[in-house]
Design a binder for this molecule. Sequence first.
Ligand code: DX5
Ligand code: ZN
Length: 220
Amino acid sequence: LTVPLIAPSILSADCARFGEEIKAVDEQGADWIHLDVMDGHFVPNMTFGPVIVKALRPYSRLFFDVHLMIEPVDLFIEPFAKAGADQILFHIEAGPHAHRTLQTIKSFGIKAGIVLCPSTPAQAISEILDLVDTILVMTVNPGFGGQQFLESQLSKINQIRNMVDATGRDIRISVDGGITAKTAPLVINAGADVLVAGTSIYGQKDYRQAMNALRGQDVK
Ligand code: DX5
Ligand code: ZN
């Protein structure tokens, strides 16, 4: 089995102490930091915008993986890029011009990712694979932490793995929602190599142990 990259989602952290919570997972072995941006329109919840991302930037030098659950997307690319995002991910469902949006993200010299909701088929992204650095498969409906993993997404992860391998390009396959030590081996087997996790890291006392459990390394 591949050892996946672990991307703690600060959505489940102590929100009054975001800076310290990012520093804590950084010191305890996180690979990326996942930041969930919600607009109360594309998803039925709200979180934070570029000002907060900028304020959090000094707390860690890890890769900031910014997951936009917003619509429209394009107006906000520049502010998030300037705030310190290393990668901006947006939803294929958020508008008709994903190709242009990917080009805009790349024009800021950062990585670009596309996200699929559970109801969206793998084929929806077949024509933009040449522009993506990460494909994020939602394994819950976006909007909230702590939801139950949707097993129906495993075959989609596998299809996307095959699509990616066929391109020969170095594209990360990430999963987000309900990832625990139990579901991690399922998604890794299906082809994922980045695990986003909120509750199963920030809901635990020992962040290092929680992240190692997701990697399949249970040693303390
Ligand atoms: C959900 C967010 C996730 C969320 C995952 O819309 O995109 O990143 O934090 O939370 P868990 O790991 O608790 O399912
Ligand atoms: Zn997310």
